[in-house]
Design a protein around this ligand. Structure first.
Ligand SMILES: *Cc1c(COP(=O)(O)O)cnc(C)c1O
Length: 349
């Protein structure tokens, strides 16, 4: 056991079901680090939900979900002619390819594989997509094409940044629908905006959801790290790669969890003003040395890193001798799950 994500399975799945019930046409998104759970785990959850389609981030991620999920797999990153592996993906009939440039659509149109595509429209995100001004060219390419159009896709900014994305979503969807009647897929719409669009577009809609589906709700997840070693130390003793001297008598606790797990060195909340620093020195506190707070909680407190986290473990300092954990104990560690890689996921009730 090392860094472990504990998930109350029944609560987690009940939350997923609630999101599914309020999102007709839900397409779960499993990409990157799998939102902390891993891609294969999310593929299995999506399979259990009974959805017909799962979205992954890149072509390389298809292999991670393919065995656990039986339906169709959308690759969110646009397909690009000439990219390594791009042609190989066309041989997989379960994949739906996102297309964001006229030249790529033309390339796919000539493919013997008759690929299924989603036509991405450029939004105020300005990330990928066909501009409305290019839609006449799209119409021409589609007129003589063997691609199977699964729909239009509209990837919007965060609703929190815009207030509402409904107007932009409707305008773009209608521009696409004027060229080809096909389902419209969205990302980042509020439930209200999505409901409104479904009522006005008169066409099948899909909504891709990652963070809210896997990490939302009030599911009481927590992460723990195994204590790997404990060493008593004296004030002024030097420790670690960087041989920093310690501000007080206490213990070095070596815990599982390092940069490979996404354990980051946060900016020191250390005393910034000279006066605060003097106070810290007088109190013998770690701030005086510019130590940074770690995400590990030991004896009820977030403890200080002795030095930046190592690849797979971290050294933290616990002053004094109270509440020192034993080797093998699990201590709480706070991880941001969109950037963390845990060693094990434990589903329990
Ligand atoms: C990542 C991604 C999503 C899911 O985003 P969340 O904020 O995790 O729900 C949806 N659509 C696209 C195109 C994405 O790249």
């Amino acid at each position: 056991m090392a860094v472990v994500l504990h998930v109350p399975a029944a609560d987690w799945r009940a939350h997923q079901r609630r999101v599914q019930a309020s999102t007709p046409g839900l397409v779960p998104v499993a990409k990157g680090n799998g939102y902390g759970f891993g891609l294969a785990r999310l593929a299995a959850e999506a399979q259990a939900l009974g959805v017909d389609t799962l979205a992954v981030g890149t072509g390389a991620e298809v292999a991670h979900v393919r065995d656990a999920f039986a339906g169709r797999i959308v690759v969110l990153q646009p397909w690009r002619a000439g990219e390594p592996g791009a042609e190989d993906l066309l041989g997989d009939e379960r994949i739906i390819h996102t297309v964001s440039r006229v030249e790529d659509l033309a390339h796919l149109s000539a493919s013997d594989h008759r690929p299924t595509v989603l036509l991405e429209l450029l939004t105020s995100m300005r990330r990928h997509g066909l501009a409305v001004s290019e839609l006449q060219s799209v119409r021409k390419v589609l007129a003589d094409s063997h691609v199977d159009v699964a729909g239009w896709t509209v990837h919007l900014p965060m609703p929190a940044a815009t207030g509402s994305n409904a107007d932009e979503a409707e305008r773009l969807a209608k521009s696409g629908l004027a060229v080809r009647q096909a389902p419209v897929w969205f990302s980042h719409l509020t439930t209200d905006d999505y409901d409104r669009l479904r009522a006005t577009l008169f066409i099948e809609t899909r909504l891709r959801v990652g963070t809210e589906l896997w990490l939302g709700g009030s599911v009481r997840r927590h992460t723990t790290a195994t204590v790997l070693d404990v060493h008593p130390v004296k004030r002024g003793e030097k420790v670690g790669y960087w041989q920093r001297s310690l501000p007080a008598d206490g213990h070095i606790v070596v815990v599982a969890g390092g940069t490979a797990h996404g354990v980051a060195l946060e900016a020191p909340t250390a005393a910034t003003t000279a006066r605060q620093r003097v106070i810290s020195v007088v109190n013998g506190s770690a701030e005086a040395l510019g130590l940074a707070r770690s995400p590990f909680t030991i004896a009820g407190k977030k403890r200080w890193f002795v030095e930046p986290p190592h690849m797979q473990s971290s050294m933290v300092f616990v002053p004094g001798s109270k509440g020192i954990p034993a080797i093998g104990d699990q201590v709480p560690v706070e991880l941001r799950l969109t950037t963390a890689t845990v060693d094990e996921v434990v589903l329990a009730d």
